[in-house]
Design a protein around this ligand. Structure first.
Ligand code: 5GP
Length: 153
């Protein structure tokens, strides 16, 4: 699968674009999906005035294009979301199966409203985020993943 490399600058611009949308939605809580959603979740929290961040960890991918049978929650959500307006934040909605599981968990925790914000989405996803910036059919490499540094010709 072809890869596309995003820079920190592109990602930060995208996060600010998501923040603009979220100012209208006015969430009470951000639920960040580990690992990829955590950096955007924390950055959004700071931009939006220290919004509360909760964490959920879901494992689905072993490698590029190599998935497990279904997403498995390895760190569940802690505490109640009773009556809260929630935004779930992730790096990318690919199959959308991870988001399906997390949306379900957030609703079970009592959220009154749930929206999804992702930096990017794939055209085939079954969960189109309410807010997203990039749309690509390539494998995205985020700046925090590129280690060790690859020197390209
Ligand atoms: P999904 O459940 O939507 O198939 O996949 C969601 C998770 O898989 C994402 O949160 C991300 O961690 C990982 N993932 C899926 N596609 C990509 C991609 O193109 N690039 C990276 N870096 N991670 C991906």
């Amino acid at each position: 699968m072809d890869k596309v490399y995003l820079t920190w600058w592109q990602v930060d611009r995208a996060i600010f674009a998501l923040a603009d949308k979220l100012r209208e939605y006015k969430p009470d809580v951000i639920v960040g999906i580990a690992r990829g959603g955590l950096i955007p979740a924390v950055r959004l929290s700071h931009i939006l005035g220290d919004l509360e961040v909760k964490v959920i960890d879901v494992k689905f991918y072993k490698d590029i294009e190599e998935r497990m049978e279904k997403p498995v929650i390895t760190i569940p959500l802690h505490g109640s979301l009773e009556g809260k307006k929630v935004v779930i934040v992730d790096d990318v909605s690919d199959t959308g199966k991870t988001l399906e599981v997390v949306i379900d968990e957030v609703k079970k925790a009592g959220a009154s409203e749930v929206k999804v914000a992702c930096l990017s989405m794939k055209p085939w996803t079954k969960v189109i985020p309410d807010f997203y910036v990039f749309r690509t059919d390539k494998w995205i490499v985020f700046p925090w993943e590129e280690f060790p540094v690859v020197v390209r010709e």
